[in-house]
Design a protein around this ligand. Structure first.
Ligand SMILES: NC(=O)c1ccc[n+]([C@@H]2O[C@H](COP(=O)([O-])OP(=O)(O)OC[C@H]3O[C@@H](n4cnc5c(N)ncnc54)[C@H](OP(=O)(O)O)[C@@H]3O)[C@@H](O)[C@H]2O)c1
Length: 276
């Protein structure tokens, strides 16, 4: 992809995290990119492109006033009600300054529907606190002019450095059981694909709701076992967790707001990537 410095100024909230960090690395050589971190970090403290920011204590406007972003990417975690408040402030800023917000949402906005996979235009409905607050933020952002918002709904994200894979490795090392959900049918993705997709959405000025999961579905337990095989097949212990008697879907399948074929993925691509 061509360098296009100065076209956008990007602020990533949560840039010290797994996905925010991966997106920062992808974008920083193409755009003026800034990020936030929460936990004190000596390296980031010295980096003039990073700001320490805590949603419970700090005013996001102070960072917005300094950075003056043309695109904000929200990749935060933290107290849910504070997240709602921050996104209210972000929505006002985005509207007033006619800029764009990219929000990392989750398949959990559909976690109360278990019988089918979900598509972009399906009505959201959640039983979990996490899903409930994601829906609240999504609904707030969907009131903004359509061109100014991109909602990226992600399923479980795996990758070499993902907390999920690191946790599996830790369990193997400690000889403790890895929880698997045999009834859970889901789609999956990787941080590398999410970062490429985000880059494309920025470059092509795309907006709306995106379902950024693999186009195929996997059973949670099978997929975790496949990951372990890709990691060299070390001996692992499992704990089967059954939350219902029936199969349960947690899948965000793309159907209407499709990305080009090279930016779509199959679950097998993740396993191939983990082998490298
Ligand atoms: N990873 C997945 O599988 C997945 C799936 C679906 C959706 N998502 C969504 O993607 C987004 C990023 O997820 P992630 O897995 O990359 O999370 P993560 O690795 O835990 O990163 C979270 C980021 O938020 C920051 N943060 C945490 N508490 C904060 C607070 N109180 N105030 C300000 N910043 C705070 C962290 O800062 P520190 O590094 O300083 O703690 C970090 O930069 C989240 O919104 C999540 O819901 C993730």
């Amino acid at each position: 992809m061509k360098r296009q410095e100065n076209k956008h100024i990007i602020l990533i909230l949560g840039a010290s995290g797994f996905l925010g960090g991966a997106i920062y690395k992808e974008l920083c050589s193409y755009f003026r990119t800034f990020g936030t971190y929460n936990i004190t970090n000596k390296t980031l403290e010295k980096n003039h492109h990073f700001f320490q920011y805590n949603i419970e204590e700090d005013d996001v406007y102070e960072i917005l006033d300094i950075v003056k972003p043309t695109i904000i990417i929200s990749a935060l975690r933290g107290d849910f009600s504070k997240q709602v408040l921050v996104h209210q402030h972000l929505a006002e800023y985005v509207f007033l300054n006619k800029i764009k917000l990219i929000f990392l949402s989750s398949a959990n906005v559909f976690d109360a529907y278990s019988k089918y996979p979900s598509y972009e235009t399906d009505k959201t409905y959640s039983n979990s606190i996490y899903g409930h607050f994601k829906i609240k933020i999504e609904n707030m952002l969907l009131r903004l002019p359509k061109k100014q918002v991109a909602i990226l709904r992600l399923p479980m994200v795996f990758g070499n450095q993902s907390p999920r894979v690191l946790e599996i490795l830790q369990h193997i090392k400690n000889k403790t059981a890895i929880e698997v959900f045999p009834n859970l049918i889901m789609n999956v993705t990787t941080d590398t694909k999410v970062t490429q997709q985000t880059h494309y959405i920025i470059n092509r000025n795309k907006s709306g709701i995106f379902h950024l999961g693999s186009t195929d579905l996997v059973h949670h337990d099978d997929f975790i076992k496949e990951i372990i095989k890709s990691l060299g097949n070390p001996k692992a212990l499992f704990k089967q967790v059954y939350t219902t008697n029936d199969d349960r879907y947690l899948a965000v399948l793309p159907k209407y707001n499709l990305l080009p074929i090279n930016l779509q993925l199959l679950s097998q691509d993740i396993l191939t990537e983990l082998k490298i």
